[in-house]
Design a protein around this ligand. Structure first.
Ligand code: ZN
Length: 308
């Protein structure tokens, strides 16, 4: 049986300031904020989603901005870097843009024949833009023109003590081991465009400590709940402990911890971000899940408004 994993669905990380986070992803990187809601398990905290026009799976970076949270400490057992795809020949544009906006930590590299501009987000988040030839996904062009705009994710880099069991898991999920370059092993899948998972091995490094700037979990895309149920059964049969499907309003999610310590999620492409507001207005007003709607006055009084 082939599992219907289609690349990444979203990456969820932790921020300190919701305003700085929203400004960075919308103004600096030019993504669209496609949902302003709350952490379903902690409704006093925002959950902000950024992506293309519709929040297409494979384009969606999400954040929990926790007030007063300390800075995360990079290490093993986490997603170390999240990379976005930009058109070939645009990194010079992006370097100028990021420098002009005082973005820190810019480093240009080249791995697996792709030019990459690494930089830090507002909380020290490990981010990158990668030039990809022929990425035909449609961009959101709110603040950056189509010729240069982010297409969605290219992929993510897991930082691990060793490749072993996590590499095996990725192959089980349908990824091919593409090769190794400069200490990084690349896995790829023919999916939605967010097709790459790199593993960087750091045998002597300490475990990451989660905080602002850390990735909380990484989600892989499946088309629907039937495909998700197949993945869940296959993982359980292999010995993984997997949560039951959880309704996240915009997708259904299952979660499991990988051997290398990274929290994986498998999320459905349906129903999508326009299920509770029109496409033209995505991300503007505060949307609450039904179970928290009765708390709206308290939640709104607690959350600081975000200026666009
Ligand atoms: Zn998630």
């Amino acid at each position: 049986m082939t599992l219907q994993i289609q690349g990444l669905h979203h990456v969820t990380a932790i921020a300190s300031s919701p305003q700085a986070n929203s400004d960075f992803f919308t103004r600096t990187l030019g993504l669209r904020r496609v949902k302003k809601t709350v952490n379903f398990d902690d409704p006093g905290t925002y959950h902000l989603y950024y992506g293309d026009e519709q929040g297409t799976p494979g384009s969606v970076m999400t954040y929990f901005p926790f007030r007063n949270i300390g800075q995360g400490r990079p290490g093993i057992g986490e997603v170390g870097e999240t990379a976005f795809s930009v058109p070939k020949g645009t990194l010079a544009f992006w370097k100028d843009r990021l420098l002009a906006q005082n973005v820190q930590g810019l480093v240009e590299t080249e791995t697996f024949g792709e030019k990459r501009l690494r930089f830090l987000g507002p909380d020290g988040d490990g981010l990158a833009l990668t030039e990809v030839d022929g990425d035909l996904r449609k961009s959101w062009t709110g603040r950056v023109a189509e010729a240069e705009a982010v297409r969605g994710f290219r992929g993510a880099t897991l930082r691990l003590r060793d490749e072993g069991a996590t590499g095996e898991l990725l192959r089980f999920m349908g990824y091919d081991r593409i090769g190794t370059d400069d200490g990084v092993t690349r896995y790829g899948i023919q999916g939605n465009g967010a097709d790459i998972v790199d593993i960087e091995t750091l045998p002597g490094a300490e475990h990451a400590e989660q905080g602002a700037g850390s990735v909380h979990h990484i989600a892989f895309a499946v088309p629907d709940r039937a495909a998700q149920a197949e993945v869940r059964k296959a993982l359980i049969d292999t010995g993984y402990q997997v949560t039951p499907p959880i309704d996240r309003d915009y997708f259904w999610a299952i979660y499991f911890r990988t051997p290398g310590g990274v929290l994986f999620e498998v999320a459905t492409d349906e129903p999508g971000f326009d299920r509770d507001e029109p496409l033209a207005q995505l991300g503007q007003s505060l949307k609450l899940p039904t179970q928290h709607e009765h708390l709206r006055p308290r939640i709104e009084a607690h959350l600081s408004p975000i200026k666009d």
